[in-house]
Write a protein that binds this ligand. Structure first.
Ligand SMILES: Nc1ncnc2c1ncn2[C@@H]1O[C@H](COP(=O)(O)OP(=O)(O)OP(=O)(O)O)[C@@H](O)[C@H]1O
Length: 478
C-alpha cells in the first residue's frame, strides 16, 4: 500500500539506487566506439547530483520520445532590447532569407512554417547586427531547431575554424542537438561539427577546423583555455542550451561564465531554457548582455475532458482483478499504469504478462537510454501497457495515451496527495483533450482519504466504478 512506511522507503531507495547506478554507469562508459565516437555521458564529472541527473534525464527522455512539435495556444511574450524597433514575426521560412541550402534542410525536415517561438525568435536571431536573446518555452516547442538555424546561418564554410559554440548539459543532449545540426545542414556538406566532450581526446597543440563545436561546459572551457583547440576570439555565436539543466550541475554555471568572458564583445549570445526560475534568470543576465527576451507560457493541463473513476478494493490482488475486469470489458488501445514502488510495478508487469498482455516496464534501475528505448517502443505501439513508478515517469509526456490507471494514488514523501503529479499523469492540454479515461484504485481508508482530497483540490467529481459489473464498465467506454 502506498502509505506503508516500507513502500515509501522502497521509493526513496529506488531514487537513491537510480542516482548511484547512473554515476557508476558514467564512469564505465568513457570509451570510444568503433567510429571513434565516445558513447559516454560526458558529465563524468564526479560532482553530479541527483537533481541534475533527473533534469538531464528528463530533458533527454522528453526529446527522444517526442515525434512532433508541441502545440501551444498561448501568446508569446516579447521584451525587446530596443522597445522602439518594430517587432517582426515571421510567418514563413522564406521571409527569413535563409541560405538556400538551409531552407532546403528545413523543408527536408518536414517543417512547413515556423513554430510559435520560432516566429519571433528567428527574426531577432538573424538580424544584422546580431542581437542577443534569452528564450524560454517548454520542451518541444522548437527552440533547438531555432538556434541551430541561427548558428548555421552565421557560419562561413570557407573559413576552417570554429565559429559557433553550443553548450549543452550532458553528452547525450549534445548528441541530440548534433543530430539536428547534421539534418539541417545536410545540403551544406562542407559544414563540419565537433563534439567537445570529456573523453574526446585530441592531440595537444592541434587547432580544430570544424565550424561548429558542441559540448559540455567543462570540456569546452578546457578546449578554449587550457588546450587551446579553439580560438574563442573567433566565435561569432554562442548558444547555451537547456540553461536550467546546465545550472543544476555544480561547476557548469561558473564554467559557462568563464567561457563567455573569453568571447569577443560582439559575439551573439543565445540562451534557451524550458523553465525560468530565478536562478536561471540570474544566470542568464550574467552571460547574455543586452538581451531580447521571449517567453512562451506552458500550456496548462486540465481535467475537464477526462472521465475520472475510482474502484474500491481490499488489497493488491483485488486491484489486479479489477484491472483484469476492466481489460475484459472495454477495448483499451494503450494504457499507462502507475505504481508507488518499483516492487509493485515489477509484480504487476509480471502478472499482466502472465495474463497475455504485451507489457513494458519502466523501472528505476534502468539506464536512461534503456528507459528511452522502452518509451519509444511504447510510443510506437509495440507494447500496449506501460507499467511504471512515479519516480521513473516524472516529467515524461506520453500524451497520446487515452487510459491512465493509478494502481496506487500519487502521494508525496509525507504521504499527502500529490495533486500536481495527479494532474500531470491524467490531465491533457487543449490539443489532446478529446478523450481520456482515468481509473484510480483505492484499497484502504487512507487511500480513500487521499482520493477525496484530490477531488476537493480539483473540485471535480471522481465517480465510483464497480468493476464486477460488466454493463457498468462498458458504459464508461462510450
Ligand atoms: N517549425 C517546425 N515545424 C514542424 N516541426 C518542427 C518545427 N520546429 C521544430 N519541429 C519539430 O518539433 C520537435 C520539437 O522541436 P525542438 O526539439 O526544436 O524543440 P525544443 O523546444 O528544443 O525541445 P527541447 O527543449 O526538448 O529540446 C522536433 O521533433 C522538431 O523536429
Amino acid at each position: 500500500m502506498a502509505s506503508d512506511p516500507w513502500a515509501l522507503a522502497m521509493d526513496q531507495q529506488e531514487a537513491a539506487v537510480e542516482s548511484i547506478s547512473n554515476l557508476q554507469i558514467k564512469e564505465d562508459r568513457v570509451k570510444p566506439d568503433t567510429n571513434g565516437v565516445i558513447r559516454t555521458n560526458a558529465t563524468a564529472e564526479t560532482t553530479d547530483e541527483k537533481e541534475k541527473e533527473d533534469r538531464a534525464a528528463q530533458a533527454l527522455l522528453n526529446k527522444l520520445i517526442r515525434s512532433n512539435l508541441v502545440d501551444n495556444t498561448n501568446q508569446v511574450e516579447v521584451l525587446q532590447r530596443d522597445p522602439k524597433s518594430p517587432l517582426y514575426s515571421a510567418k514563413s521560412f522564406e521571409e527569413l532569407r535563409l541560405k538556400p541550402q538551409l531552407l532546403q534542410g528545413v523543408y527536408a525536415m518536414g517543417f512547413n512554417r515556423p513554430s510559435k517561438i520560432q516566429e519571433n525568435a528567428l527574426p531577432m536571431m538573424l538580424a544584422e547586427p546580431p542581437q542577443n536573446l534569452i528564450a524560454q518555452s517548454q520542451s518541444g516547442t522548437g527552440k533547438t531547431a531555432a538556434f541551430v538555424l541561427a548558428m548555421l546561418s552565421r557560419v562561413e564554410p570557407a573559413e576552417r575554424y570554429p565559429q559557433c559554440l553550443c553548450l549543452s548539459p550532458t553528452y547525450e543532449l549534445a548528441l541530440q542537438t548534433g543530430k539536428v545540426i547534421e539534418q539541417m545542414g545536410k545540403f551544406h556538406p562542407e559544414l563540419k561539427l565537433a563534439y567537445a566532450v570529456r573523453g574526446n581526446k585530441l592531440e595537444r597543440g592541434r587547432k580544430i577546423s570544424e565550424h561548429v563545436v558542441i559540448g559540455t561546459p567543462g570540456t569546452v572551457l578546457d578546449w578554449c583555455a587550457k588546450l587551446k583547440f579553439i580560438d574563442p576570439k573567433k566565435i561569432k555565436v554562442c548558444v547555451l542550451d537547456e540553461a536550467d539543466v546546465i545550472i543544476a550541475t555544480q561547476g557548469h554555471q561558473d564554467q559557462s561564465i568563464r567561457i563567455q568572458r573569453m568571447l569577443p564583445r560582439n559575439c551573439q549570445m543565445l540562451l534557451f531554457s524550458a523553465t525560468f526560475e530565478d536562478s536561471v534568470w540570474k544566470f542568464a543576465q550574467k552571460v547574455v548582455p543586452d538581451p531580447n527576451i521571449i517567453k512562451l507560457k506552458r500550456e496548462e493541463e486540465t481535467l475537464d475532458t477526462i472521465k475520472q473513476y475510482y474502484v474500491l478494493c481490499n488489497n493488491r490482488d483485488e486491484k489486479f482483478q479489477a484491472l483484469c475486469n476492466l481489460y475484459g470489458a472495454i477495448t483499451i488501445a494503450q494504457a499507462m499504469i502507475f505504481c508507488q514502488t518499483r516492487k509493485t510495478a515489477g509484480w504487476l508487469a509480471a502478472e499482466l504478462s502472465r495474463e497475455g498482455h504485451q507489457v513494458a516496464l519502466l523501472s528505476g534501475e534502468m539506464m536512461v537510454e534503456q528507459r528511452a528505448a522502452v518509451i519509444e517502443r511504447f510510443r510506437e505501439g509495440k507494447e500496449k501497457v506501460l507499467v511504471t513508478t512515479n519516480v521513473c515517469a516524472r516529467g515524461i509526456d506520453v500524451e497520446q495515451v487515452s487510459v491512465v490507471i493509478n494502481f496506487d494514488l500519487p502521494v508525496d514523501k509525507d504521504g499527502n496527495p500529490d495533486n500536481e503529479t495527479y494532474l500531470h499523469r491524467i490531465g491533457r492540454t487543449g490539443r489532446f483533450g478529446k478523450r481520456g479515461l482515468a481509473v484510480n484504485m483505492v484499497d484502504s481508508k487512507h487511500s480513500m482519504n487521499i482520493l477525496n482530497r484530490i477531488q476537493e483540490h480539483f473540485n471535480k467529481k471522481i465517480e465510483r466504478l464497480d468493476t464486477d459489473d460488466l454493463d457498468e464498465i462498458e458504459k464508461i467506454a462510450n
